[in-house]
Design a protein around this ligand. Sequence first.
Ligand SMILES: *[C@@H]1O[C@H](CO)[C@@H](O)[C@H](O)[C@H]1NC(C)=O
Ligand SMILES: *[C@@H]1O[C@H](CO)[C@@H](O)[C@H](O)[C@H]1NC(C)=O
Ligand SMILES: *[C@@H]1O[C@H](CO)[C@@H](O)[C@H](O)[C@H]1NC(C)=O
Ligand SMILES: *[C@@H]1O[C@H](CO)[C@@H](O)[C@H](O)[C@H]1NC(C)=O
Ligand SMILES: *[C@@H]1O[C@H](CO)[C@@H](O)[C@H](O)[C@H]1NC(C)=O
Length: 338
Amino acid sequence: MLSQTFLAGLGLFAVSASAQSLLSVLQNNGHTEFARLLQEEGAVIESVPGARLIVFAPPDVAISRNGDAIVARQTEGNQTKRALYNYAKETAPDLRRQTAKECAVWAYETLFSDPELVNLGPGRNQTIVQKDVGSAAVGVVFTGLGDSVKVTSSDIPFAGGVVRPIAGTLTLPRNLSATLPFLNVDRFEAALQRTGLLTQLDAKAKITVLAPPDSVFAKNASSLPDDQLAETLKRHILVNVAAYTPLLPDGAVFQTLGGTNVTVSLRGNEVYIGGALIVSGDAIITNGVVHTIDKFLPGSVTTPPPPLVTGAAAALRPMNLFSFALPVIMAVVGGCIL
Ligand SMILES: *[C@@H]1O[C@H](CO)[C@@H](O)[C@H](O)[C@H]1NC(C)=O
Ligand SMILES: *[C@@H]1O[C@H](CO)[C@@H](O)[C@H](O)[C@H]1NC(C)=O
Ligand SMILES: *[C@@H]1O[C@H](CO)[C@@H](O)[C@H](O)[C@H]1NC(C)=O
Ligand SMILES: *[C@@H]1O[C@H](CO)[C@@H](O)[C@H](O)[C@H]1NC(C)=O
Ligand SMILES: *[C@@H]1O[C@H](CO)[C@@H](O)[C@H](O)[C@H]1NC(C)=O
């Protein structure tokens, strides 16, 4: 009789396992509640053309804790097929690089396309970011309202892709106004409100917000007249780009709403933009992403980032940020970024 190891070696187990439907894989692996909710929402998707699926699956206990909410803190608005946010399209295998010493980060396009909660330009669905974090390279998934959730075990294949078990529910991205209160950037938020910028930004199709937390928000900035304050704030907004950290190549230059340019610098496991360190990246919003940074961005010339060059820059695959053929991956050598 053939041993399981031998069969596995031939790939027979993989074939038989991956021939199963999504629903049966979920039901057989402790995701019964999630399977039930997918059915309830009419959101069972067994496959998509041209891509393999990654289905982020919370455990039963996480769903029971949240009652009937697949998505934590997602209680308002039209939640039609909110579970589509749990379906990501898999990165092409040749773009996926992950070794003991390399930590990888991905931006995945999902199947979530509700126009009330996705405003990323024509045909663009909402995004999920996943990063390897710490020396153990545990995958962490970054979602709305600055929430994140850990990947808990290896992918489980089904016919149309893989189920990726996660520790809790995903949070659907909301607009900038709804998200800032969760990010400890009250002064920045108040200043955006006072200058009328916040409403304008909520309406734009693609933005990246570099938010200085209260601890570094220049205390004297609030005493500036409105027009000067607005100019200062605009230097913290990148327009026409949703610059999730996995999509940031070393040396990329972005124009801000204030007309200044900021340059991306990768320094080992750290990402700098306009000379400021991204301290907490990838809070996903309806129309882009918010990164909190460690300082106020200066008015004129970009501050040079700290002088340390590692293999990270060399390891990067050049990519065109504006083509946005998601999903895209970047590998960072050394520790893993958060
Ligand atoms: C929710 O959105 C879906 C599709 O976007 C639409 O068909 C449905 O009528 C909406 N429901 C409500 C209550 O607005
Ligand atoms: C966006 O999601 C919808 C399902 O809501 C799917 O049919 C479509 O293919 C997705 N688009 C892209 C570009 O992934
Ligand atoms: C932003 O989201 C909040 C909460 O969901 C909503 O009340 C508000 O109308 C939205 N604002 C804009 C400008 O879309
Ligand atoms: C705010 O304070 C900093 C230093 O603390 C100073 O360089 C800057 O000019 C001040 N700005 C205003 C508008 O007072
Ligand atoms: C910003 O960069 C663009 C393109 O590289 C360049 O045309 C523009 O002059 C720069 N603007 C400033 C203020 O440096």
